[in-house]
Ligand binder design. Structure first.
Ligand code: ADP
Ligand code: MG
Length: 678
């Protein structure tokens, strides 16, 4: 009889605690805990034939051992096997080991041989003293990911037993498996845990073997199933049907000074359709910086308002939220819509009044995290809009959703999420892409300038301002210390005032009070400031068409998406715009590569794709995945084809064979699925 997958691991309490540290809780978890690499102990290599740098097993007899104290304490074991002599070198050892390795002892030692000044040697080999005639193992030794105090041999035993007792029945229907050209699961797992002797280790280590592909596919499939199921569960919940009851949206469109792009029209049509459904929309509106997401969101809000519901619009920073508020107010107030502003920094009395007003009568509420605080109550929240969604944690987005009775959700992001990443981490969202910029944007020239030529940049700023333009000057990012960052911003501000006599230089940073920030931004937008020195607070959303130059100091310290966003602050008017990236040399290999990417590419998606390649997905997915290794084996980029396949299979499986889907999830995610939903 096979064990149920959720059965706890059969081990002592102490051992179970250690296993839990590496995410192993159930018997099923053991099955999918796969080796990092393998060691071939099925063969003995004569010392004379061992090549440098290659891990081998030798069988030798000890001649003598000695402890040296110079240059550092170590034990040298001199041994030979008839073909040649070898030194086994240990930098840490117990006295008992010295006794064990006395003259005459027969050993099998596994490690890399090096040919040094004193001949062949192995540093810290794994070894076993032979007591009699011991046969060689007939299988490769798997080396498992582990943690301190958990021996590989212990894991090996537990996993072998789990494999022997487990139910390894297929969760992929046979026809499907054949069509996908994947080997069977039981065979694949057995092969990976215990590859037969003689197996080419290179293919296994590079993880290209069909058995690895099967495992990766199953893993990706589990993820897709889980996301898909969450999506379907949400659809079951029901949401207000938002059907416009008047021509509010049409009137807003008429009043706009521009016509919408095709991409915007498509997005609006899609969203309008979603809002009219009786289940909650979960849509991600993705569009490069300046693609015009705000108006799309405003039109969605119009539909909610016109249907008699409230809409909320949440943005990650005070500056951005305020900009949105002003713009939306500008668009909607003339049509009699009540727009309210909610920020964390409102004075308490004003705040209380605002809160009350929010609940009672505002039709559109714009704000920061303040929107999700206790005490903010919406009477009839039908649509929650989250700008720059990746800047919020899952908990915050969830909190906004809870402010209404299952409102529709529109999330927006200018950090382009590469397709494979979107499919694997955001498969529970519908995605709309604004893949067209409004007409009349001027392409932005990017220059890379070494900081030794800062004077040239200053001269360039002077020339531009003389022509009537404005510039941003972004200070270096100092992640370790906010105080230091502030100090840098202030000294940059002073320096530039000195360098640019007669020019109006302003300063904005995160430590300013909201009203102060607001005043600076308004002055900059009104053309009363020529050069705005800023920390990354201006990263998102700020819109000043007359600003045509973006200078970024210490560009090598920024993330690529961040640089792309900053660069997108200019090129918003009819003027030729440029972005100057000042870097401090000498640059390391990776830094050089990254600056090259931003220099050569203007398409945010391409930049994000290359950034993903360079850095891994952590940057993009934010807090959602922190500490939860959902994909242990598959690689988002290398295995993109598997993600495509799994997505389709997940849908089929859930509708046609839900019990198989369930079994698959149990096997691959088990207790981790809860984490996934959080
Ligand atoms: P983002 O997608 O980065 O949030 P915004 O919504 O801030 O972009 O739009 C950038 C600027 O382009 C704003 O000034 C906005 O009013 C303007 N805009 C939006 N759509 C169009 C359009 N179809 N034609 C011209 N300008 C537009
Ligand atoms: Mg925006």
């Amino acid at each position: 009889m096979s064990l149920p997958p959720a059965a706890p691991i059969r081990a002592s309490e102490a051992l179970r605690k250690k296993l839990a540290k590496i995410g192993l809780h159930s018997e099923a978890d053991l099955l999918t805990h796969l080796p990092l690499r393998y060691e071939d102990e099925t063969r003995i290599t004569p010392v004379a034939q061992a090549c440098s740098g290659e891990p081998v097993q030798v069988e030798v007899v000890v001649h003598h051992n000695e402890v040296q104290f110079q240059p550092r304490k170590q034990m040298l074991v001199h041994a030979s096997d008839g073909s040649g002599e070898i030194i086994l070198r240990f930098f840490s050892f117990y006295p008992s080991q010295q006794a064990l390795l006395a003259a005459g002892a027969r050993l099998r030692a596994f490690g890399e041989v090096r040919h040094g000044f004193f001949g062949a040697e192995m540093v810290h080999p794994r070894f076993r003293k032979l007591l009699g005639d011991e046969p060689l193992p007939t299988e490769m030794t798997p080396v498992y990911p582990s943690t301190a105090g958990l021996a590989n041999s212990a894991l090996q035993k537990l996993i072998a037993r789990a494999m022997a007792d487990a139910d390894l029945a297929e969760t992929l229907p046979e026809a499907l498996r054949k069509e996908l050209r994947l080997p069977g699961l039981a065979r694949s797992l057995r092969f990976l845990h215990t590859p037969p002797p003689g197996t080419e280790l290179a293919a296994l280590h590079s993880r290209n073997h069909p058995a690895w592909r099967r495992v990766k596919f199953d893993e990706v499939l589990a993820q897709q199933l889980s996301l898909r199921r969450a999506y379907l569960a949400r659809r079951e919940q029901g949401a207000p049907v938002l059907v416009a009851r008047d021509d509010l949206g049409a009137r807003l469109l008429d009043a706009l000074p521009f016509g919408l792009t095709g991409a915007q029209l498509r997005a609006i049509a899609e969203i309008a359709g979603d809002l009219a459904q009786p289940y909650p929309m979960q849509r991600l509106l993705q569009g490069d910086v300046g693609a015009g997401k705000t108006i799309v969101a405003a039109l969605a809000a119009c539909q909610a308002i016109s249907a008699g519901w409230q809409a909320a619009f949440m943005a990650p920073t005070e500056i951005l939220a305020e900009q949105h508020y002003l713009k939306l107010q500008d668009w909607l107030a003339p049509m009699g819509i009540r727009v309210a502003w909610l920020s964390g920094s409102l004075k308490s009395k004003a705040k209380r009044e605002q809160l009350a007003a929010t609940a009672a009568e505002a039709q559109l509420v714009v704000g920061t995290h303040a929107l999700i605080q206790d005490g903010v109550d919406f009477a009839r929240l039908g649509l929650a809009i989250v700008d720059e969604q990746h800047r919020f944690g899952v908990a915050q987005r969830l909190a906004l959703r809870k402010k209404g009775s299952n409102p529709h959700q529109l999330m927006m992001s200018a950090t382009p999420i590469p397709r494979t990443l979107a499919m694997s981490y955001y498969a529970d969202l519908d995605v709309t892409v604004l893949d067209e910029l409004p007409p009349g944007r001027t392409p932005i020239k990017t220059r890379l300038v070494a900081d030794s030529r800062r004077d040239d940049v200053v001269a360039f700023v002077k020339k531009l301002v003389a022509e009537g333009r404005q510039a941003y000057w972004v200070c270096p990012l100092i992640e370790e210390s906010e105080a230091l960052q502030l100090q840098t911003a202030e000294s940059t501000y002073e320096q530039l005032q000195e360098d640019l006599p007669g020019l109006r230089v302003g300063l904005v940073h995160g430590r300013l009070k909201a009203a102060e920030k607001q005043a600076v931004m308004v002055a900059f937008a009104a053309g009363e400031i020529d050069v705005l020195v800023a920390t990354t607070v201006i990263e998102v959303g700020v819109d000043v068409p007359n600003a045509s130059l973006m200078v970024i100091e210490h560009a090598e310290r920024f993330g690529l998406s961040q640089l792309h966003q900053l660069r997108g602050r200019v090129g918003r008017g009819q003027y030729e715009s440029s972005c100057v990236l000042i870097y401090a040399g000498p640059l390391g290999q990776v830094a050089r590569q990254r600056l090259k990417i931003i220099f050569e590419n203007t398409d945010g998606f391409e930049i994000a794709r290359q950034d993903l390649h360079l850095r891994g997905p952590g940057e993009f997915v934010g807090s959602r995945q922190s500490g939860v290794p959902l994909l242990r084996y598959a690689d988002l980029e290398l295995d993109a084809d598997l993600i495509d396949m799994a997505r389709e299979v997940a849908e089929t499986l859930l509708t046609t064979q839900p019990e198989l889907a369930e079994k698959h999830l149990q096997r691959w995610l088990g207790s981790r699925e809860e984490l996934l939903k959080s």
